[in-house]
Design a protein around this ligand. Structure first.
Ligand SMILES: NC(=O)c1ccc[n+]([C@@H]2O[C@H](COP(=O)([O-])OP(=O)(O)OC[C@H]3O[C@@H](n4cnc5c(N)ncnc54)[C@H](OP(=O)(O)O)[C@@H]3O)[C@@H](O)[C@H]2O)c1
Length: 327
């Protein structure tokens, strides 16, 4: 497995990480624990060293799962987790008060069965807590050895600059893919200037960019995609043209649409590390193969030209969640 370094930090990880959320949360019922552990072990065996979780995934169940599955491999891998929601419950709103950050760190360490968190992200900016206080608290946790690196998620450039001035930020984790390219405007140039790595979440467009979802797909009633405007039946129908583009490039490259979606992200910057999620072994294998996809300047130009003519329909978040991003 190829490796990448997140920005100017010394945090080296596999070029693709594994997004673990969907094993416990967000996309219907949690996976069977035995199957989930098998998948996590397979990921380690295939060279994945970067595992993404959060106290909010479950809440708590996903960290507990990783603790159980990854404890035997702890020294070989990097675990990233996140704080920032009230009681760890993303439906209750944000909470990054210093005392809460400390509490989450202690509890996450226990659930993850470890004595250090490699990368501790603020899940969403808390408008009620000065960024200096958040970064200052993580700085103390780093001095105490409980946390190794500081990260942020879906933060705006002003917050990133404020935080970075207090405690260098190793990575920003925000949505980025061929159907959500907003980070290219302000975020990526800022990260490049400051030497911060970028971890695109939902790099497969929550599954849509793989071609496995169409207008007839139905989701479990607990699946988050039921309330995402971009996943309305009309939007899925309209956005199929992006999947068609990926399918066309995939055929040329003897690859799959998912591999092209990931290969395109990897080709944008050498300090980008996508974290696709899956609950299925064969898809894990398929996705990891994307590190071997070579997209030439000409391929990228062709994708760019075709993609620039596509207008993606539907917001990526419902309104109440949209307010939480970019702050
Ligand atoms: N910081 C944040 O706020 C935030 C927000 C969202 C996600 N995340 C992180 O980012 C990770 C990845 O994002 P994500 O899970 O939202 O979206 P994603 O990785 O873009 O897509 C995951 C979905 O795609 C399906 N899938 C994966 N590989 C596939 C393939 N090769 N062919 C067909 N379908 C495939 C999965 O279904 P199966 O399980 O059935 O394969 C799953 O439903 C999460 O696990 C989480 O760790 C962070």
């Amino acid at each position: 497995m190829k490796k990448r370094t997140l920005g100017n930090s010394d945090l080296e990880v596999s070029a693709l990480g594994l997004g673990c959320m969907g094993l416990s949360f967000g996309y219907g019922p949690a996976a069977d624990t035995k199957d989930a552990i098998k998948l996590l072990h397979a990921a380690v065996e295939k060279g994945v060293t970067f595992f993404d979780t959060a106290e909010a995934y479950g809440p708590f169940a996903n960290e507990e799962l990783l603790g159980e599955a990854l404890a035997p491999y702890r020294d070989q891998i990097v675990i990233a987790t996140k704080f920032g929601f009230k009681d760890g419950d993303s439906s209750k709103g944000v909470d990054s008060r210093p005392e809460r950050i400390r509490q989450v760190a202690e509890e996450s360490l226990k659930r993850l069965k470890t004595d250090h968190i490699d990368l501790f992200y603020q899940h969403r900016v808390d408008p009620n807590v000065p960024m200096e206080d958040v970064a200052g608290t993580v700085k103390e946790l780093i001095q105490e050895g409980k946390v190794k690196h500081f990260g942020m998620s879906e933060a705006g450039v002003l917050s990133i600059r404020k935080a970075h001035a207090v405690q260098p930020v190793a990575a920003l984790q925000s949505e980025y893919s061929l159907w959500w390219r907003d980070p290219e405007n302000e975020i990526l140039p800022t990260l490049e200037e400051l030497g911060i790595g970028f971890v695109p979440f939902s790099p497969l467009g929550k599954g849509f960019l793989t071609g496995a979802i169409n207008e007839n797909t139905t989701f479990d009633k607990t699946d988050f995609r039921n309330i995402v405007p971009r996943f309305s039946t009309e939007a899925r129908l309209a956005n199929q043209v992006m999947v068609d583009l990926l399918t066309r490039i995939a055929q040329e490259k003897q690859a799959t649409p998912a591999q092209i979606a990931l290969g395109w992200l990897l080709a944008q910057k050498p300090w980008i590390v996508p974290i696709p999620g899956t609950t299925k072994l064969h898809r894990l294998e398929e996705n990891l193969e994307a590190v071997n996809i070579e997209l030439s300047a000409n391929d990228l130009k062709q994708i760019e030209e075709a993609a620039s003519k596509i207008r993606i329909e539907g917001a990526r978040y419902p309104e109440h969640l949209q307010k939480r991003v970019g702050n």
